[in-house]
Write a protein that binds this ligand. Structure first.
Ligand code: SAM
Length: 246
């Protein structure tokens, strides 16, 4: 199989997200893929390295989260300020920053070596709308500079849904949107999440289930709206969010 993502399915982008990458964006996706393959040799970044799987599970999945009901969130193009919490090798934040060059993207991770790697990606791709931050979500959630500062918070594969809500909601402006990317989700989890989200000044706006376009895997995205300010005691100290879930 070729390592070339350039041939990948413009019609699937169009049908599923009502959007297609332009030539520059397609080239940036390709460069991102090559840099991740290269980085994987030193850092254990991802086990997803086959081109089709990378396209589906990293590129498509990242963008599907910011396309509720199959349409990219309009505010992204209108300059929304976005944070990707626990971005790892840059997902979902980097594909979103490529697809929406007018948004401003902060890529947050607590691991320095991952952020150093992302800095290299941002440079190579000339992604001037994006910057990195080494910190824990629990710390910056209490700092004036970051608290209530973002329109959209993205969070994929970082913890339980209620931990993700506790990381994300304090960082959002009033009326901001948190997108929690999940593989499995069962309706009975909703009651516990609802109670956590209410305490944090949020509301569950919707839960979407969809299947990925190539392997037909089931995915979920939880959309939380910030409807009131988050009480000052959240997020709780590092570790508590995980040990004593809301
Ligand atoms: N979001 C990426 C993805 O979906 O491919 C990476 C997921 S990886 C499993 C989880 C990442 O979250 C790790 O890079 C870890 O360092 C980071 N992380 C975990 N807890 C965090 C926290 N409280 N604040 C900031 N980063 C965190």
């Amino acid at each position: 199989m070729t390592n070339d993502l350039l041939v990948e399915m413009p019609e699937i982008w169009q049908q599923t997200l009502n959007w297609q990458p332009n030539e520059q964006q397609q080239a940036q996706f390709q460069q991102l893929y090559e840099l991740i393959l290269e980085g994987n040799r030193q850092l254990n970044l991802t086990r997803i390295t086959e081109p089709q799987e990378f396209w589906e599970k990293h590129l498509w999945d990242s963008l599907r989260g910011v396309a509720p009901q199959g349409k990219l969130i309009a505010s992204l193009e209108a300059g929304a300020s976005v944070i990707d919490i626990g971005t790892g090798a840059g997902f979902p934040g980097i594909p979103v920053a490529i697809a929406a060059p007018n948004c401003t993207m902060t890529l947050l991770d607590s691991t320095r070596k991952k952020i150093t790697f992302i800095d290299k990606i941002l440079n190579t791709l000339a992604l001037s709308n994006s910057k990195t931050l080494i910190a824990r979500a629990e710390e910056i959630g209490l700092q004036r500079q970051y608290r209530q500062n973002y329109d959209i918070a993205l969070i994929r594969a970082v913890g339980t849904a209620s931990a993700c809500a506790e990381y994300a909601l304090p960082l959002l402006k009033q009326n901001g949107l948190a997108v929690i990317y999940r593989g499995n989700w069962i309706e009975s989890e909703k009651t516990a999440l609802e109670s956590a989200v209410n305490q944090l000044g949020g509301a569950i706006e919707s839960v979407e289930q969809f299947t990925t376009p190539i392997s037909n895997s089931v995915r979920h995205c939880l959309y939380l709206r910030k409807v009131a300010s988050t009480p000052g005691n959240f997020p709780r100290a590092v570790g508590i969010t995980v040990q004593k879930p809301l």
